[in-house]
Design a protein around this ligand. Structure first.
Ligand code: ADP
Ligand code: MG
Length: 155
C-alpha cells in the first residue's frame, strides 16, 4: 500500500492512525533517506500511543524508550551503527523483541528480521518538497489486517 502525504502534519497523522491499531510486541521497520520523514512518522506513532514526552531522534543513544498509555514505545535509530553485529553487541535485542511497540529507523542495517513486521519505506518527492510517498509492506497476517483497516480510513 502506497500513501502520498503532502505535509509534515499529514505524515504524523498517518503514524497516529497506524499506532491506534498496534499491539504489544509489534515491530515497524522504517527505511528512507535522511530527511525523508522517519522521525516525523515516529512522532505520529508516539502521539497515537498517547505518549506525552517529546520524541527526538535517538541517533546517539541508538534507542529511546517512552511510556505510552498501554505500551512502551522503543524508538531505535541505527544510523550510527556499522552493522548488525554491532547492534547485537549493544544488547538491545530484548527491547526490539520486547513487550512494547518497536520502531526502527535505518532498519536496513539489521540482518536478521522478525517473523512478523511492518515495513515502511518513505521516499522524497523530487517534484515537491512537502510531499512524501510512504510504502507499507506487511510481513505476516497481523500486519496485513492492520493495513486493510488503515486503507479504509481516509487520507
Ligand atoms: P528522517 O528521520 O527520515 O531523517 P525527519 O523526520 O527527521 O526525517 O525529517 C523530515 C523533515 O522533512 C522534517 O523537517 C519535516 O518537517 C520535513 N517534511 C516536509 N514535508 C514532509 C512530509 N510530507 N512528511 C514528513 N516530513 C516532511
Ligand atoms: Mg530520523
Amino acid at each position: 500500500m502506497i500513501v502520498k502525504t503532502t505535509s509534515t502534519d499529514h505524515t504524523m497523522k498517518i503514524g497516529e492512525r497506524l499506532a491506534r491499531k498496534l499491539k504489544q510486541g509489534d515491530i515497524l521497520l522504517l527505511t528512507g533517506d535522511l530527511g525523508a520523514g522517519k522521525t516525523t512518522f515516529t512522532k505520529g506513532i508516539a502521539k497515537g500511543l498517547a505518549i506525552t514526552d517529546h520524541v527526538t531522534s535517538p541517533s546517539f543513544t541508538i534507542m529511546s524508550q517512552y511510556p505510552g498509555e498501554k505500551v512502551y514505545l522503543y524508538h531505535f535509530d541505527l544510523y550510527r551503527i556499522e552493522d548488525s553485529e554491532e547492534f547485537l553487541e549493544l544488547g538491545l535485542t530484548d527491547f526490539l523483541y520486547g513487550n512494547g511497540v518497536s520502531v526502527v529507523e535505518w532498519s536496513e542495517k539489521l540482518e536478521e528480521y522478525p517473523d512478523e513486521y511492518l515495513s515502511i519505506d518513505i521516499k522524497l518527492d523530487p517534484e515537491d518538497a512537502e510531499s512524501r510517498l510512504i510504502n507499507f509492506t506487511p510481513q505476516g497476517s497481523h500486519f496485513k489486517e492492520i493495513l486493510e483497516k488503515l486503507s479504509q480510513e481516509v487520507f
